[in-house]
Design a binder for this molecule. Structure first.
Ligand code: PEP
Length: 253
């Protein structure tokens, strides 16, 4: 049975003091995760160690970096390597977020390299894909997302892709308050699973957790997560409010 995941993406928000207050409040808010469910906190690099230590002893709760370098090590000032993340026991790495693709020119090939280096270091990528509004308006979102998957993931073996985590995030829904409808989310998630099934077979496709991202809130999470191919969410704005993110965790099916 594939994992259900509520993943927070704090982006470039919060001071350390604010982050600690948020995490303390969240941990004090009742939320129950069954053995098949996880909460993942995508926090800024400088807070990974602090937040990880706050989660010590808690079951099914993990930290994610929001990026890593595609280079192994060396003269790349300002970069953070997968090996560094491994050395501080980071669990997940968010890769290919649309903000990184847009503002930092991350290409399909670069993302393939980042995925490889994460896997070599035992880090699980959360691979983000999703179309801009212009593509949705011409109804070509299926082939757009298919290309993203093929170009950055399809060099992996079936074994490497088994249990993988993908986040479908339509760009027009990120930070806009405009959520994809439950039907739009289900349709794309089923498409993603189908594309993977055609290449790798149904068993691999069924093992992959596909999260929805784009204006998931406390009041719409349960309906989106209830869709058969939606296995949780990647959450930006609402993950910065303790009660809201706790409610989103509790909305996992
Ligand atoms: C995100 O940036 O991954 C995201 C989904 O943001 P928001 O929930 O704020 O739309």
């Amino acid at each position: 049975m594939r994992k259900q995941i509520a993943a927070a993406n704090w982006k470039m928000n919060l001071t350390l003091q604010e982050a600690e207050i948020l995490m303390d409040a969240l941990l004090a808010t009742p939320h129950d995760l069954n053995e098949n469910q996880e909460a993942v906190f995508g926090v800024p690099f400088p807070y990974l160690v602090n937040i990880k230590s706050k989660l010590a002893g808690r079951k099914n709760v993990f930290v994610a970096a929001q990026n890593c370098s595609d280079k192994k090590s060396g003269a790349y000032t300002g970069e953070v390597s997968a090996e560094m993340l491994k050395s501080i026991a980071v669990d997940y790495v968010i890769l290919g977020h649309s903000e990184r693709r847009e503002y930092f020119n991350e290409s399909h090939a670069m993302l393939a390299g980042k995925i490889n280096i994460c896997l070599e270091n035992g880090l699980q990528p959360i691979f983000c894909c999703g179309e801009p509004l212009s593509i949705r308006e011409t109804e070509s979102q299926n082939s757009y997302v298919e290309t993203q998957l093929k170009e950055s993931l399809f060099h992996l073996s079936a074994e490497q892709l088994t249990g993988f985590v993908i986040a479908y995030e339509p760009i027009w829904a990120i930070g806009t308050g405009k959520t994809a409808s439950n039907e739009q989310a289900q349709e794309m998630h089923a498409h993603i699973r189908n594309v993977i099934s055609n290449q790798y077979g149904a068993a691999v496709a069924d093992s992959i957790s596909i999260l929805y991202g784009g204006s998931v809130k406390a009041n719409n999470a349960a309906a989106i997560f209830a869709q058969p191919d939606v296995d949780g969410g990647l959450v930006g704005g609402a993950s910065l409010v303790a009660e809201d993110f706790a409610a989103i965790i509790n909305s996992l099916k």
